[in-house]
Ligand binder design. Structure first.
Ligand code: ACO
Length: 321
């Protein structure tokens, strides 16, 4: 049995408001707020990498929980914007945190990443393979954003969230689900670029390309039923759920989920208004806001569901600890 024993987040200092984009592309603050709910997003400083933001989120976790990370046995980093493909970002974090030896993997599941990471951690802990797993959802999406594409560049932001999962006397993970509609994969993807780095040819990330309307319809049309499935799997009803935390892609998607489930928006934390869409960091950033306010407290039942490029989704219900 397992539970989350530490939780932290990080958002870069630089705040970019919607007016910034009025100078770059044909858009305006009112369109962005009305269509997405986004007012600001945070952008990583020059040279600030996904691994740097991850380390800051882990440091925040350590300062709040007092949980030491030096004995972490396995690190899962969920990202679409790794420092580079090889070595993976998890190994960069291990090095920067001075963790002596840990298994290190990156997983690429876009905005569903963080919940997939929790599922992997739960599996490792409950099978007895490892005793302490660090899960990080971190993104430097500003580096893979096409700032000439007005339909996508206004959406994205940078940030990181981290959780430690360890054995527990009581099971805190009450349900899991996941799935993928790969026939819609071409509606949200990352291009790649060949670059010369240090005189050698290297493949680096390109830019995000998306058919926003298709992704929007898929999310609003299918995620409410995936939430119902999770709740039924845990032998609960929606009345038993204190908070539903979907991926913060667009405030209108969250409103659509709220309406379909007849579940109040006040119980659907979001990070998209202040941070934009931060992909695998969006769920931790939304939870952090409520934890800081004292609305999410230990013992509460929190449902998280990430969804994005794949098109893939992953959900879990957690007894908050
Ligand atoms: N400013 C002004 N007008 C714009 C802008 C802009 N930034 N972008 C698009 N428009 C225009 C369009 O050209 C269109 O004009 P037209 O009617 O003359 O053709 C009009 O606004 C409406 O466009 P739609 O695409 O229908 O707008 P929609 O209401 O669907 O909002 C949005 C677009 C915000 C992208 C929405 O579809 C969305 O949020 N989709 C989900 C995106 C998402 O969550 N992606 C996940 C990716 S994250 C990851 O996995 C890494």
């Amino acid at each position: 049995m397992s539970k989350i024993t530490g939780f932290g987040t990080y958002a870069p200092e630089k705040i970019v408001d919607n007016h910034y984009f009025e100078k770059l592309i044909d858009t305006n603050d009112e369109w962005i707020v009305t269509r997405t709910g986004i007012k600001t997003r945070r952008v990583a400083a020059e040279g600030e990498l996904t691994s740097d933001m991850s380390v800051k989120a882990v440091e925040n976790l350590v300062s709040k929980s007092g949980n030491d990370v030096k004995d972490v046995e396995f690190i899962v980093v969920c990202t679409t914007s790794p420092d580079q493909t090889m070595p993976n970002t998890a190994s960069r974090i291990q090095d920067k945190l001075g963790i002596e030896s840990a298994g290190c993997i990156d997983i690429y599941a876009a905005c569903a990443g963080f919940v997939y990471g929790l599922q992997i951690a739960h599996g490792f802990i409950n099978s007895g393979v490892y005793k302490k797993v660090l899960v990080v959802g971190a993104e430097a999406l500003s580096r893979i954003t096409d700032f000439t594409d007005r339909t996508s560049c206004i959406l994205f932001g940078d940030g990181a969230g981290a959780a430690i999962v360890e054995p527990s006397e009581e099971e805190h993970f009450l349900a899991f689900n996941s799935g993928t509609e790969s026939e819609l994969g071409h509606d949200l993807y990352l291009t790649r670029q060949n670059k010369i780095i240090n005189g050698k040819e290297a493949i680096t990330n390109g830019k995000i390309v998306q058919n926003g309307r298709t992704v929007f319809k898929w999310a609003v049309g299918s995620i409410p039923n995936k939430i119902r499935e999770l709740v039924a799997q845990a032998n609960l009803t929606l009345d038993d759920i204190d908070f539903i935390v979907p991926h913060s892609a667009n405030l209108r998607i969250l409103e659509g989920i709220s309406k379909d489930l007849n579940f109040p928006m006040e119980k659907i934390p979001e990070s998209v208004t202040d941070h934009g869409n931060t992909s695998s960091a969006s769920i931790p950033l939304a939870i952090e806001k409520e934890v800081a306010k004292g609305t999410i407290k230990p013992g509460m039942t929190v449902l998280m569901i990430g969804f994005g490029g794949g098109l893939t989704f992953a959900g879990t219900i957690v007894k908050w600890s």
